[in-house]
Design a protein around this ligand. Structure first.
Ligand code: BG6
Length: 479
């Protein structure tokens, strides 16, 4: 196996590279996780020399970035930038790939290669084809891997086609379909919380769980992403991927071993058991969306959705899962709450607070942690109950949370696909989402005020069952 490694980023001056990839590469460099003999080659239409690309990347690192807030150590940045190169040209033309081949040979004639397609999916066929034609896909002297990001297709049919296309050029173990939520520490920790402890897992089933709810709220609108966002909408943008992964990790069966095959199989099994409910579904758009840049003034696009679903297996029979997600909401917060059944007969059920449900909350972001809500005696002469919270907060630990892109780039380098999505999995996700999307065209798009937690109709989805959305607490892990 080659020691030298080349990372080629298609779309190196685009949004994804700026916000996530270049900062993640910096983090890898700072953590000493990049191979010693690495070269990073950016590809883009913009005419830039190597030197200009380095300057550009340096500027990116020093720009304010909500995803990357820690200070940049100049000596680390400098060492990283030395390893960066650039090839400009038209992704649709063979010349670019010949130039890329030359550039890769400049540094070393042979290396492991990873192609990161941070570019429009419409360009994938031409990229794969040219890489093949110019011999850049050849694994003669090192591995070749490709990373592609969501959206993997825009429905089941197109996802299948894309999977077929990928399979024409690469084996499944060369394909890394990235959903950055799978790289989140807080999501991966759901697996350890559930399967490394014997305390909680016996309770996560229909005998004890009343329902599960997920809120994934963002307090900002679509910003400069109107062109992309207006063609997908909230359900495809985050529902088909991030939300389904959260449901899968919180409810899947224990894998037989901690291997890619077993963990992925259990996620897929769960996704296949998840049932879309077309009569408990709301799509909404925030007021003012139609005035956003690059948005069609008559757009019917959803910026918010809420739905109820359930899992068709014995373990979760009759346990509803409520989901709401959207943009321009009251706060940015993502959490999964497992609400336990109340025992109406217990010793203190007659007391005020004696009928409160216990809850297990996975706080995905911000103020990341795991929280258990329970009833406790109020200190004092009388017997009264109050809600208390046991909290595990990442902030209490000395280690800061690694960015999901850092985690996943390391995995891809190591050849570990456990937290990547495979062909069958992405198809299972679309099988769940497609009927909901089909229902979208048949129902009225409602509107909601920016700064709220969504429209009244979303409340009805859960209130019709005598339950309520839990407003994520501002005080969890907020010290
Ligand atoms: C992306 C979506 O996949 O995930 C964005 O395209 C969304 O619209 C983002 O804002 C949320 O990710 P994070 O890591 O900021 O919670």
């Amino acid at each position: 196996m080659q020691e030298s490694f080349s990372l080629v980023i298609f779309g190196a001056t685009g949004n994804l590279a700026q916000l996530k990839l270049i900062p993640a590469l910096y983090d890898l460099a700072e953590a000493n996780l990049l191979p010693e003999k690495v070269s990073i080659v950016g590809i883009g239409r913009k005419e830039l020399s190597d030197e200009e690309f380095r300057q550009y990347s340096n500027d990116v690192l020093h720009k304010p970035n909500r995803h990357h807030q820690h200070p940049i150590k100049e000596e680390v940045a400098e060492k990283l930038l030395e390893k960066m190169h650039y090839v400009s040209g038209d992704i649709g033309k063979k010349e670019l790939y010949e130039k890329l081949d030359e550039k890769l040979k400049e540094d070393k004639s042979c290396s492991n290669r990873m192609f990161y397609l941070a570019t429009y999916p419409e360009l994938y066929p031409t990229v794969f084809n040219h890489l093949e034609e110019t011999g850049l896909n050849s694994q003669k002297c090192g591995f070749v891997r490709v990373i592609i990001e969501k959206p993997i297709g825009s429905d089941l049919d197109s996802a299948k086609k894309l999977n077929q296309l990928l399979a024409e050029y690469y084996a499944e173990d060369q394909i890394y379909r990235l959903d950055h939520y799978l790289g989140r520490e807080t999501l991966q920790n759901i697996l350890s919380f559930r399967f490394a402890n014997n305390l909680f897992e016996p309770m996560i089933n229909k005998d004890h769980v009343d329902h599960i709810q997920i809120t994934a709220a963002e307090d900002f609108g679509i910003g400069m992403r109107g062109g992309y966002y207006d063609s997908v909408g909230a359900l495809k943008d985050v529902g088909q991927n991030h939300i389904l992964q959260m449901i899968a990790l919180a409810t899947m069966e224990a894998p037989t071993s901690f291997t890619n095959q077993d963990v992925t199989d259990k996620r897929i099994k769960l996704l296949k058991e998840l049932a879309p409910e077309m009569d408990r579904l709301v799509f909404a758009q925030y007021e003012g969306y139609l005035n956003e840049r690059s948005v069609n003034p008559d757009s019917n696009n959803d910026t918010f959705f809420a739905f109820r679903t359930h899992i068709n297996n014995k373990r979760f029979e009759g346990v509803p899962i409520y989901v709401r997600a959207g943009k321009a909401l009251k706060r940015t917060v993502t959490e999964i709450t497992i609400v336990f059944k109340k025992d109406s007969q217990h010793l203190f059920s007659h007391l005020n607070g004696g009928k409160e449900a216990n809850m297990l909350i996975y706080r995905i972001q911000p103020n990341e942690g795991i929280v258990l809500k329970f009833s406790s005696k109020t200190p004092g002469p009388d017997f009264k109950l109050q809600d208390e919270y046991m909290q595990y907060c990442y902030r209490q630990t000395a280690v800061s949370l690694p960015d999901p892109y850092l985690r996943l780039l390391v995995d891809a380098l190591r050849g570990d696909q456990t937290f990547f999505v495979d062909a069958e999995e992405v198809e299972a996700q679309w099988k769940f989402i497609d009927p909901l999307i089909a229902a979208r065209s048949k129902q009225k798009l409602v509107s909601y005020k920016a700064g709220s937690f969504g429209p009244e109709e979303a409340n009805q989805i859960i209130e019709a069952d005598g339950r309520k959305w839990i407003e994520p607490s501002v005080s969890f892990c907020s010290f």
